[in-house]
Design a protein around this ligand. Structure first.
Ligand code: DUC
Ligand code: ZN
Length: 470
């Protein structure tokens, strides 16, 4: 038995089990899971071009970040990471696949928008999928489209067949917000192809009024949270779940940050609605709204906003109990200069937090090491469930026949989360001052080392578009 690579003496951690084994990798796939030390047994005749010792390390399926915004046009220019810097930073943090977005102009078809977006992805160094955004394209009011056309909804099947099996809809943000009628029509079409809808659930109409109201002193970034109260998120998640239940569509509620909203998903599951899923993000697990009250509070503007400590505590409990399914980053990086547009008025600060490199380490530090998650929970939340929920059928598991996307994670390696030690193309870190004990040492993507001894070694442009289906 001759393999490309053997990973020996590691502790394999999957979503369900922890055991010692050697892994054999061949032609980009996991070829065999061997009893420990079988690679050194001459009698078994196991040989490989390279043997990598993983003693003292966890061998886990590569992390999957199912929610990032690379090279996204915004009011302050593009998000700071392009496909090269973003996927490089992701790989350094143990991510072997991610999912970004296609956004659409009113006058182009969804398939044209997909083609255009694919044309921007050549520099990706890890595999990636794309969510299709369903946004209004007709009946403009003050130049902003308000309705989603029937033509657009009719395209959902073609988009699914093109490997773009997940559809993002916003219930907030002028220009992106879809009205309930359109949300529901789109969900029915998504249900018909058995796709997945990913929903940004906040009540946009109420937010827009509050943002223009007397309670909103623009000099105080904490008002970002006050104008997006938890009950607003709770109401929108309730409405989204009702639409999911009535339409039968599979729905993932994106970036849940508060207990009441998470409970809506938990209750749906208790009622047997197994097609409703919940995502949270590291910023809701590690930071609180206190960050918005700091002099540099504008840096922490994201939506939904950061919440009080009690909500943060609830997010951890909801993950451990499986009420919430996955953690993605919503990586939406802006430089200090871009964020500074909000110095005098937080409403001008571009919304979004960086985090593409730090999720696996933060969940190990604040989840596993603090006793909130087991090692198996950690793998389930960061790798296995994201792959299942988003239709990456070859990824997310250490199992024979799956893509050889593997992280060799050193639980003793220390990492300071300073901008200097991270690789996103921004000049600040949302987690500055924090240290993780435990960090990816080696990252292997479809059998190739993309990170070796914490150094990037990927060939450029090796990432492929993942055609996803359910
Ligand atoms: N929220 C953000 O803060 N940024 C990007 C998109 C989103 O939903
Ligand atoms: Zn997002």
């Amino acid at each position: 038995m001759n393999f490309d690579l053997l990973i020996t003496h590691g502790t394999v951690v999957t979503a369900d089990a922890t055991f010692t084994a050697d892994l054999a990798i061949d032609a980009g796939k996991i070829a065999a899971i061997l009893p420990p030390n079988s690679s050194s047994s001459v009698a078994l005749g196991v040989a490989a071009r390279e043997t990598r010792d993983a003693s003292g390390c966890y061998v886990i399926p590569g992390a999957i970040d199912a929610h990032v915004h690379l090279n996204m046009p915004t009011g302050v220019g593009y998000t700071a990471d392009d496909w090269c810097t973003g996927t490089s930073a992701a790989a350094m943090g143990g991510v072997t696949a991610l999912i970004d977005f296609v956004e659409t102009e009113p006058d182009e078809s969804l398939l044209q928008a997909l083609e255009k977006r694919l044309g921007e992805t050549h520099d990706a160094i890890i595999d990636f999928g794309l969510h299709m955004t369903i946004q209004p394209d007709e009946h403009p009011v003050n130049g902003i489209p308000r309705r989603v056309s029937a033509k657009r909804i009719a395209e959902i099947k073609q988009v699914y067949d093109a490997g773009c099996a997940t559809f993002k809809m916003y219930m907030a943000y002028p220009g992106f917000q879809v009205q309930d009628m359109d949300l529901f029509r789109a969900l029915r079409a998504i249900a018909e192809v058995n796709g997945l809808a990913c929903i940004h659930a906040e009540n946009g109409d109420v937010i827009e009024v509050l943002r223009q109201s007397e309670i909103c002193d623009p000099a105080l970034a904490l008002n970002h949270a006050r104008t997006r109260p938890t009950i607003n998120e709770h109401e929108a998640v309730t409405r989204a779940v009702m639409c999911a239940e009535v339409s039968g569509a599979r729905v993932l509620i994106f970036h849940i940050g508060c207990e009441h909203a998470a409970r809506v998903v938990a209750d749906a599951k208790l009622r047997g609605l197994s097609h409703i899923y919940g995502e949270t993000c590291p910023q809701y697990l590690v930071l609180t709204e206190d960050a918005l009250a700091r002099p540099d509070g504008r840096l922490y503007v994201c939506a939904p906003p950061l919440r009080p400590q009690a909500d943060q505590d609830a997010m951890w409990r909801m993950l451990a109990s499986r009420a919430l399914d996955i953690v993605s980053t919503d990586h939406c990086p802006f430089t200090l200069a871009q964020k500074d547009k909000g110095s005098a008025d937080f409403r001008q600060a571009p919304g979004g937090m960086p985090g593409i490199e730090t999720r696996l380490g933060l969940l190990h530090e604040y989840g596993v090491r603090r006793g909130r998650l087991s090692l198996n929970d950690w793998v389930r939340i960061c790798s296995t469930r994201p792959a299942e929920i988003h239709g990456m059928n070859q990824k997310g598991r250490v199992a024979v026949g799956y893509d050889a996307d593997i992280v060799i994670f050193d639980p003793k390696a220390r990492k300071n989360l300073t901008p200097r030690e991270l690789h996103s193309a921004i000049d600040w870190s949302a987690y500055n001052g924090l240290t993780c004990t435990g960090w990816p040492r080696d990252v292997i993507a479809r059998g190739d080392f993309v990170v070796r001894d914490q150094r990037l070694c990927a060939s450029p442009a090796r990432g492929r578009f993942i055609r996803r289906s359910f």
